[in-house]
Ligand binder design. Structure first.
Ligand code: ZN
Length: 310
């Protein structure tokens, strides 16, 4: 008999709700709904319809539905209460999300930090398969970080999910966390915008919208200005990765999020490993880090949330 779980990925604008085959990692059905950020009841209603559909589907095909896993952009306590989403989901401060979902849908509900579940998804179903120590970096709206060892998250609670706020430059951009020069403030989508602004992109190209995607596209079409922005960006990312190697000694570093797609086009096949400098002193003698770009892409969060039930 097939075992399924529902995985929910709460994103900045869209929430993805998927029905996942836990054995194969196949997303058998998916619904995308706008993310409700202000009202808890409206949020629950928005995801509730898809959950109801998936329960019917699982029952009709006589599959086991293990539960509902959710990746939340914030800190999650062991009792399923969400502590802080840093103002992103206004209703979700000290919010008993898991209990509410369990009560409404009569299914177990497990929560974890969104970047951590991405790491779990990559470790079990993605580019982390076959590796022991998997570090996943999500280069998107912010910088998400998650770490797994032998297919399991590094501990019950997401204590290290703030690892993107590692100081990488001095006297630089002020980050919303209160520090200056955080890795997140230069390698996120907003970060590449900051670098571009500092390099005078808008003055030169007032009619080209400034997004990470456009900078990478322009770079790949031969723009020297875009190339300089991407080079500065990659410099920070490399320094960050070298630091994470020292902290985590990952066997593989999986890069995901919107910017990872831009990096895929920037580095030729087999070249992405250049994001780590192997000539530095290694964590141990035969250490070698592999760097990979996510192929699960947008499904990593859904798969990882569902995989909380494995
Ligand atoms: Zn910061």
């Amino acid at each position: 008999m097939k075992t399924l779980a529902i995985g929910i990925d709460i994103g900045g604008t869209r929430t993805k709700i998927g029905l996942v085959n836990l054995e194969t990692g196949q997303v058998e059905a998916m619904v995308v709904a706008p993310t409700e950020t202000k009202d808890g009841d409206r949020f629950l209603h928005g995801i509730g319809e898809a959950i109801g559909q998936f329960k019917v589907k699982a029952a009709t095909e006589q599959s086991v539905l293990a539960g509902i896993g959710i990746g939340v952009p914030g800190f999650v306590f062991a009792d399923g209460t969400v502590d802080s989403t840093y103002g992103f989901l206004e209703f979700m401060e000290d919010y008993p999300l898991a209990m509410k979902i369990q009560q409404q849908h009569d299914l177990p509900c497990l929560l974890d930090n969104d970047a951590r579940v991405v790491a779990l998804g990559e470790a079990i179903y993605g580019q982390g398969r076959g590796f022991g120590r998997v570090l996943a970096l999500t280069l998107g709206t912010g910088l998400g970080i998650g770490f797994t060892i032998d297919g399991k998250l590094d501990g019950l609670l997401p204590f290290a999910h703030m690892g993107g706020h590692m100081t990488i430059t001095t006297n630089d951009f002020v980050c919303y966390c209160g520090k200056t020069g955080c890795l997140e403030s230069v390698v996120s989508g907003a970060g590449i915008g900051r670098i571009a602004t500092r390099q005078g992109w808008q003055q030169k190209y007032p009619n080209i919208p400034l997004t990470a995607e456009i900078i990478f596209t322009q770079k790949n079409s031969g723009s020297a200005d875009a190339k300089a922005i991407v080079e500065e960006y990659i410099g920070y990312l490399k320094t960050g990765i070298d630091n994470y190697v020292n902290l985590y000694a990952p066997d593989v570093i999986v890069l995901g999020g919107g910017i990872a797609k831009g990096l895929r086009a920037t580095f030729g096949k087999g070249e992405i490993d250049k994001l780590h400098n192997p000539s530095l002193l290694n964590p141990f003698k035969v250490y070698r880090a592999t760097i990979a770009i996510s192929e699960l892409e947008e499904q990593a969060g859904i798969l990882g949330s569902a995989a909380l039930f494995r």
